[in-house]
Each structure stands twice: as C-alpha cells, then as structure tokens.
Design a protein around this ligand. Sequence first.
Ligand code: C2E
Ligand code: CA
Ligand code: CA
Length: 722
Amino acid sequence: MRSLEIFGWGGFAVLLAGVAVVALLPPGSLAWFVAALVALLALGMGVAMQVLHRRFLTVEGQASEMRLRMALVMEAVPGGFALCDREERLSLVNSRFRDVFPNLALEGKLGELLPDLVATVEEGVDHQLADGRWYRITRHVLPQGGSTLVAIDVTPLKRREEELLAREARQRVVLEMAPVGIWELDAEGKTVFANPQTGLLLGGRVPGSLSEAGLYPVVAGRPTAEVLRQQPQQRGALEVECDPGGEGPPRRMLLASSVPLPAVPPALPGLPLSHTRILTLLDITERRVAQAEAERLAWQDPLTSLGNRALFQRMLEERLEVGGVTLLFIELGGLGRLNERYGHALGDALLIASAARLTQAVRADDAVFRLGGNKFAVLATGLETKAASWLAERLHQLLLDTFRHGGLEVGLSPAVGVARSPPVAADADALRRAAELARQRSAKEDRVILYEDALGDEAEHKHRIRDAVTRAIAAGEFRLDWQPQFDAGERRLVGAEALLRWHSAALGREVPPSELFPAAADVGLLEEIDLWVLEEALATKSRWAGRHDAPPVVAINVSAASLREPGFAEMVMEALGRHDVPPDELEIEIPEDVPARDLDALAQTLDALCSQGVRLSLDDFGGGASSMAHLVQLPVNRVKLDRSIVRGLPAGARESAVLRAVAAVARSLNIELLGEGVEKMEQIFALRGQGCTVVQGFLYGRPVPAEELVPPLANSDDRIIP
Ligand code: C2E
Ligand code: CA
Ligand code: CA
C-alpha cells in the first residue's frame, strides 16, 4: 500500500517537474513536447496511483474494524473464547480465555501451545485453574477452516457433580453395610439391584428374580411372595421363610417389606413408565426363636415340661369347641407326706416320673398337663364311656406302681376322676367341676370315679342352695327354734339354745343347718346370718322378760368367721343394749372348728365379751376338732360335751374316758359341763356321775318354736316340764 502511495506522490512530483520544464522551454520545441508528454503521463500515473491508494486504504480500514468488532463480541461472550486460523494458530483470544490460560502466547500453533487439550478437546475437556475453578473447554472446527475454542466456567456444575458422587459413595457404603437385605425389583419381579446382605440372606447369591428366591409365607392363607410380585404398587410386609437348601445357610425367618419406588420416566417417549420397588429383607429368625421360647415358658410347667394350667385352660376351651372331650383330673395322694419325710428332691423326682408315665400311656393326640402341686390333667378326645374308664384305670394303675428313686421304693395313692362332654355340657367350667367332683370322690373311695349324673346333681344341688341362701334373709325365710336346757338334778329350765331353721321357697323344702351353713360359707353369708340370729334371739329374749317360765339364758351359735370379725364384741354389746337384755342372759356358743392358731386372736374378742358379763360356752367338745387347748385358753363358762360322746354313754369305754377327762379339766378350771343330745336316762346318770350339771337333748325337749317353748301368757301358767 505504501508503494502505491509513493508511486502516486512520485507521479505528482514528475508532473510538477514536467509543468515547470514546459513553462520554461519555448512552446513547440521538441523538448517542450517531450516535457509536456512526461508531465501528462506523470499526471495520469499520479491520479491512478492515488485512486488505487485510496481504494486500498478503505479495505484495510474495514478489515481492522471487523477485527475490533470481533474482539468486542468475543469479550461479551460469557466465557473464554479463542479463534484459530487454518494453520491452527490462535488469531483471536478474549481476556477470559487468557484468564484460563494465563501463560498462553499468541502466534504459536494450538498443538504446541495446549498440547494436552488438542487431542481430546473436541469432546470437551475439564480444566482446573490454580484457584480451584473449573472450565470446560470445547473446540468446534469451522466449515471454512480454522476452529473456535470455548472455555465455560463449570465450577458449580462440578461441585454438584462432586457432591452427587460423594453422596452416591456414602449411599453405597450404607447399602453395603446395612444388616438388611435391600433388593430392587422391576415390575416383573426381576432383580434390578441388590445389596450384599440380600445375597447372604437368600442362600449366598442374589437370585435373578423374586420367584427364584425360594421364599415361603410363614402363615398359610396370607398373601404369598407371588402376590407381592403381582402387586408392585402396594406397600406391605410379610413374614416369609427362606429355605435356600443345599449347603447354604439354614432356614431363616425373614420380614419382607415391599415399598414401591417413584416411577422412572421412559428412555424414549411413548414407552411405559418403569415401575420398580424395594423389597427389604430383615432376618427375624432370632427374634422368632426367642418369642417361641418365651411362649413355651409361658405355657409350660418348668419341672415336668408338661403344659401348665394356662395351656390346659386354653386347650380345654379349644377342644370343647370341637366337641367330644374326656377330661381326667389326677391327684397324687401321699406326695406331701413323702416330701416331708424324704425332702423335695424325691417329691420332684416323683412328679417327673409320674409325668413321664402319664405321657407315655396316652395317645399322641391326648395331652397331659401339670396343673400345679400334685395335680395333673389329661385331655383326650373322642372316647366312649368304656374307653374313658379304661384309660382312667390304666393311668391309675400306672401311678399306683411303685416308684424307685435313689435306693428307695415308694408308692403313691393317686386319685383319678373322669368327666366327659357330652354328657356334661360343652362348657369348660362345668366339665372341670364335674371332673373335680369325680376326683374328690376318687380320693375318698380309693378308686377311679367316672363322673355320673348323680355327681352332677350334687353339684347342681349345691349351686341351687347357694343361690337360695343368698335371698333367704331378705325373703324372711329364716326362723329360730329353741331347745331347752335343764339342770341335770332338779330338772329346772336354765336356758335354751336357738337353732336356725330355714324353709326355702325356691327349693320348696326345709333345708337343715348341715346343708345351709356350708352353702352360706361358700357365698360368704355366715356373718350376716349370725347377725340375724343374734337380733332375733335377743328380740325373743326381751319378749320373754319377766316370764318365770321362760329360759333365763338364751344361747346362740356363732360361726368362727364372725368371732374373727374385729368389731364383733362391740356389735353384740350394742344389740344387747338395744334389746335391753342383760349381758349375762346371753350365751355365745363357740364352735369346735375354731382352729388352734386362731385362739389368740379370738381370745381378745372373747375376753371383751366375758368382761362385759356375756356367757361363753365351748360347743361340741370331744366330738372332733376342738382340743383341750381350746378349753384351757378360752375364757369359757361352760363346755358342751358333744352328742357323739353322750351317745356312747354309759357303755362306751372311749366315751366314758373322754367324759372323765373333760369333767376333770372342767372341774379344775371351774367350768360348767353340759351334756348334749341326751336321749336316754342312763346317759343322764353317767353324766351326773361325773359332775355334769346341765343337760340338753330330745329326752328333755326337741327344738321348738319360741311360742311353743314359752306359750303366750294366756295359757302359759300350767306349762308342764317333763
Ligand atoms: P349344735 O349347736 O350342736 O346344735 C345341736 C344340734 O343337735 C341341733 O341340730 C339339734 O337339733 C340336735 N339335737 C339336740 N338334741 C338332740 C338329741 O337328743 N339327739 C339328736 N340326735 N340330736 C339332737 P341342728 O338344729 O340340726 O343343728 C345342727 C348344727 O347347726 C348345730 O349344732 C350348730 O352347729 C349349727 N347351727 C344351728 N343353728 C345355728 C345358728 O343359728 N347359727 C350357727 N352359727 N350355727 C347353727
Ligand atoms: Ca350349739
Ligand atoms: Ca352342740
């Protein structure tokens, strides 16, 4: 360009020189013509050159403007940008590109400048700067040759990627370390992913699909693994058993929980969503074993390993629902005695041996239980009367056989009671009661007892009495009969004993005290009845006040249960006051069945009554339970010699001996002796002979209603005393 300019300006100079020569030379000369021609030529050349020069100058300006614009655009690009020419030389580079490659020198060839990048840069390569920032460099080859390099800041993307990678790594560790099998399955039940624990639980390797895993539901009737597979969208948990078989791990119990995963969008549009779900497998074998063990202990008698009472109760009810149950109640009589004599080790050994004998003798379907202590039960199904008796006899015989233990030979007295349903109602309580009744009778009679209807009636009867007695007081069904007591010598009326009489409307008959009191004891009504008797007796006594033909003292019978009541003495005193009866006109008969261990407790009550002047007598002495201790320890005024002793007098040697002994003690303690149940004259003689001063019995008078003993005033004057 420069030469064009020089040529241009040179032309003008030649033109000026030509013009000067033309002006100086004379016109028309050859030299003038030559000079004019040269000047003209110079003018043309100068003009041409200048035109050309101007032209060149415009093109060059346009090119540099383009470059400037390019540079500006490149600066505006959000990242590094470089342009390479056909020779792979960097021709244009923006400042951010220089930031990325600060040591970059232009002019060099790309391959020399960034050798590492050129090989891979077309796919894009990530490049980290000294400050930690990341740039992704991509190269694009231009169609007309040359290429561009773009460097984009991918630091946030890189961070995110790193975070994801770290998270993934952590999750992988968790999946691998988890003691739970985590198994991802597709909609067809094929394995997508499984952690190592899944393989361990399923026999050493991860099966290709759910159906290959060999999982069986534990509880039949619940959805199977197959159902789990068919319903991938359902959440659910199922206890399954895994039995890999072969050399693999033993059978395991697994808790398989299925959770659907969010559906994954398809790789290509139009394809269905892909459903997968996670099946977690938790090994619950140990838990189940422990549970089974706890259950076993809850239902088992630890000594004999037989089922315990709770299991008996459950099975009895279960079997009754099916029907046809034979129940045997067995008690090992004599075990307590052997325990005391030889120690509990022998007792335990006998219980274990008995359990073994029973278990071996029954059929596989029958069950033997230890109900506690020396009591066992056997539950058998579907036995006819004969078969049931035969079984009971056989077990009875087995338990009668001698037991050998540590050089000892001992025998037991088993009681075996049998009841069957039907005929007994299919009710656990009823059947148990029936078998228990049979067992009790077996213990008494020393033979196997098969529950019969008679026994059933007995139970039913008791039940009805209990029911009736509960309503008797309110229904006003009780009354008192009075039996007179006489001075043994002078036949003077010295007192009368109140005896309870009950006509039950519900039972439609007179119920004797021997039935009434046990039933009242069963329903806890003894105290209430005693209270009624006290009230009624005192009311009668106060009606008799001032009557010389009336008994001066009234005696009432009181049960041991009432005497044990802490407020009993106060209650008696209060009633006496209310009826205006002096305390020494009331006698309280203390029953013979007061246990010796209760004497101390009773003594307080009795002392209180005694100190107030209430008279006390010891009933039924010599008949059974009472002992001399009662006589010595209790503050009694009178002892009543039992009917059973009087009955044997005067001939009976034992009765005479008892009479003598009791009379001697009574005398020495200054206690009055009364003979009960006197029916014959000779009994009176024998009694009188030993210092007995008061008598009571049919010979003198039967128990009669109050109006009969002390008739209303109008006709009571000429009352005859036998
Ligand atoms: P207990 O206190 O020994 O009453 C005497 C029993 O002997 C009465 O029988 C009476 O009827 C009977 N007895 C009287 N003399 C003779 C006789 O010569 N020969 C014969 N064989 N028996 C005679 P009962 O009334 O059946 O009373 C039986 C038992 O019931 C009484 O024996 C007493 O323990 C109890 N009992 C009666 N009434 C009451 C009462 O009101 N309260 C309490 N807690 N128990 C009572
Ligand atoms: Ca009595
Ligand atoms: Ca008596």
